[in-house]
Design a protein around this ligand. Structure first.
Ligand code: GLY
Length: 373
């Protein structure tokens, strides 16, 4: 079944490559992807999807298109286009780092190190955090972290590995520790965001940006945490990250609805209108696959993780994959960008498509994504 879906996903991505003509898809509106000229936080996912399709199919057209995205990412960094946020990790891990991993291209490696340096500019030593959004000192966002950032840390861990410079590693670990302490709650749920006082560094309060309410658990945030802590474990071998990822995963899997694909927030009231977020389930599938690689046989969490993965993958394939729609632009239906903000609440999300393909590549080909070598 998976190979059949992957063949279809590759065909759809090729169709999109021709449709998009060098532009980058973000989220959809009326079933059509909104395109941009490499100016959004999501543009690495398109690059990563092209690299995955190349690795799966061997079709040189994907390689050429993926290389062109990397050239665009070079321009973007040189001209500092829309890089005033922490998502530099998503952007460059899946574009230039992927190229370095696949082709050993030295220019791609250099670009990725420069991207890590740009991410380091967001380190706030007085607060011991990587600032997610906005300029330094921004009154609202200046002292704010978000759980999504855990997926940007692999860029820094990788930069430490290839340069030998410890500064990248120390920043990544310190930020992961702050995230673990302040974003993960005692019952294994999570805040989307947390604020620190910019003057004193004091921890102030949890909150949300895209979740149902400040104290709720936004499902995609939980998913970023599951996969993000698993990746911090990969790079550090610090057991506390592994344990945290497992705890977050169990919380997520204990709350699967009847079709096994999550609603957009674990605390949103559920009725016939409640939106799903298929992308959160796809990210979580990848996080669980990473956990299952490293948890010892016989670990008490394995049976629940294995069952949760199987239900999630089956749920996505049966009810969310665009299987009977050969001309569909997206792979997974019913993602939600921001239900709270009224922005693409029930649409295709390019990151949902990327993580779904990554999960399939992990299952079928023993691939591991582009987060580490
Ligand atoms: N990292 C932004 C989002 O998940 O919407």
């Amino acid at each position: 079944m998976w190979l059949h879906i992957m063949d279809d996903a590759v065909r759809k991505t090729k169709q999109n490559m021709e449709r998009f003509g060098g532009q980058f898809p973000h989220v959809s509106l009326n079933d059509e992807y909104l395109l941009n000229d490499n100016t959004d936080w999501t543009d690495g996912f398109w690059s990563g999807l092209l690299w995955l399709c190349y690795e799966y199919s061997g079709d040189e057209a994907f390689r050429e298109a993926a290389r062109q995205t990397v050239a665009s990412f070079r321009q973007r960094l040189d001209n500092r286009v829309a890089l005033d946020h922490h998502d530099i990790g998503f952007l460059y891990s899946l574009s230039s780092k992927a190229q370095w991993m696949i082709e050993g291209d030295e220019e791609a490696k250099q670009l990725t190190i420069e991207a890590a340096d740009a991410l380091m500019e967001r380190w706030r030593p007085n607060l011991q955090i990587i600032q997610a959004w906005g300029p330094k000192g921004d009154p609202h966002n200046g002292g704010r972290i978000i759980i999504d950032c855990l997926m940007n840390l692999p860029l820094l861990y990788w930069a430490h590995q290839v340069t030998g410079d410890r500064k990248y590693y120390d920043v990544a670990v310190t930020h992961a520790d702050q995230s673990r302490r302040f974003l993960v709650r005692g019952d294994d749920s999570s805040y989307h965001t947390f604020y620190f006082d910019q003057e004193t560094g004091d921890a102030q309060r949890g909150g949300t940006h895209q979740g149902y309410k400040d104290g709720s658990t936004w499902t995609r945030g939980q998913a970023w945490g599951i996969y993000g802590f698993a990746l911090s474990y990969h790079y550090t071998r610090d057991e506390k990250y592994l344990e945290t990822s497992v705890r977050l995963a169990r919380y997520f899997l204990d709350r699967l609805p009847e079709d096994h694909v999550v609603y957009w927030d674990f605390n949103a009231p559920v009725n016939a209108e409640t939106k799903r977020d298929s992308s959160a389930s796809a990210i979580t599938a990848c996080g669980i696959l990473e956990l299952l690689k490293v948890l010892p046989e016989g670990h008490e969490a394995r049976p629940a993780l294995e069952e949760g993965l199987s239900l999630t993958m089956k749920g996505l394939a049966e009810h969310y994959y665009t299987k009977d729609k050969p001309d569909a632009q997206g792979l997974l239906e019913r993602g939600s960008y921001s239900v709270r903000g009224g922005s693409s609440p029930d649409d295709f999300m390019i990151w949902g498509d990327y993580y779904y393909m990554e999960a399939l590549m992990r299952i079928e080909k023993g691939h591991k994504g582009y987060w580490y070598e």
